[in-house]
Design a protein around this ligand. Structure first.
Ligand SMILES: [Zn+2]
Length: 278
């Protein structure tokens, strides 16, 4: 533990919310020679309860009526094989969208932004945090019709107002947003430091899986934007990981998510590093 850890005194909780799964060709996640290999990838959100901020949700998963709203290409390349709504996941925690104080969007792709609208008119919906450059790109793509990962109905919603981030921000004791420039021009990552636990870097889709992280292999998606900045961002993350002794929560790693869920769903050291516990 370094000085940074010791300066954090506020205890809070962070729970992984499982919102179903999609399937895709493996190469869309990590470069591989096995071009016909397919994998199942999880869709998740985080629920954080911080005494000074309240309930925080990070990402919202897919939309309920994905059969009608997603582009045909998306449905073909990333079929949703299991869907759980964010409302249902929150209800299992005894919460509704009205109870949430802050919504943070890692980025605005369909599998993260699909349920922003359930916060329309709520306190969380009145200042949703998103990277400015990500929002600008999302708006440009839907206006030009130049991509299928952004769906206007997901993020341009009455009753949702955004606050745009251009730089890192400390949200509260032990909780920090950091900007990444991979996969999105302004991907919001979350650094979570709970006293007594190893810090956690939630990187979203800047690194899809442990395999991307360990091998340094980017996605080989036909959409080059999905891999832009990957290597530079990885260098930044590894440096940050070393500096603070953090674990990484990846964007779409089924094995990692299954492990965390098996051990109660809390994103804590005991669940991310079970071999280190008695
Ligand atoms: Zn994603």
């Amino acid at each position: 533990m370094n000085d940074y850890h010791e300066s954090i005194t506020t205890s809070f909780t962070c729970k992984l919310l499982y919102l179903g799964a999609m399937e895709c060709a493996k190469y869309r996640m990590v470069r591989t020679d096995a071009l016909s290999a397919r994998i199942r990838i999880p869709v998740t959100a985080l629920l954080i309860h911080h005494p000074a901020i309240g309930y925080i949700v990070y990402d919202t998963g897919n939309c309920e009526n994905w059969q009608e709203e997603l582009f045909e290409d998306t449905r073909k390349n990333f079929p949703i094989v299991e869907y759980k709504s964010l409302q249902d996941a929150l209800a299992e925690e005894g919460l509704s969208p009205q109870d949430i104080d802050l919504l943070i969007m890692s980025h605005l792709h369909f599998d993260h932004a699909g349920s922003i609208r359930i916060f329309a008119g709520t306190k969380a919906g009145s200042h949703v945090l998103v990277g400015r450059k990500e929002y600008e790109r999302a708006c440009r793509v839907v206006e030009e019709g130049s991509g299928t990962a952004y769906v206007a109905e997901h993020f341009l919603v009455d009753g949702i107002r955004y606050e745009f981030l251009d730089e890192d921000r400390v949200l509260g004791d032990g909780l920090k947003i950091f900007l990444q420039s991979s996969h999105s021009p302004a991907m919001l990552g979350l650094e979570i430091c709970i006293p007594g636990e190893r810090p956690l870097l939630c990187v979203s889709d800047s690194v899809y899986t442990q395999e991307n992280y360990d091998t340094g292999q980017p996605p080989a998606s036909p959409n080059a934007a999905n891999a832009e900045g990957f290597t530079e961002n990885l260098v930044m993350l590894k440096k940050r990981q070393d500096e603070i002794g953090a674990d990484i929560l990846f964007g779409h790693d089924m094995a990692q998510v299954e492990d965390i869920l098996r051990r109660s769903g809390m994103c804590t050291e005991a669940n991310l590093n079970p071999e280190q516990t008695p």
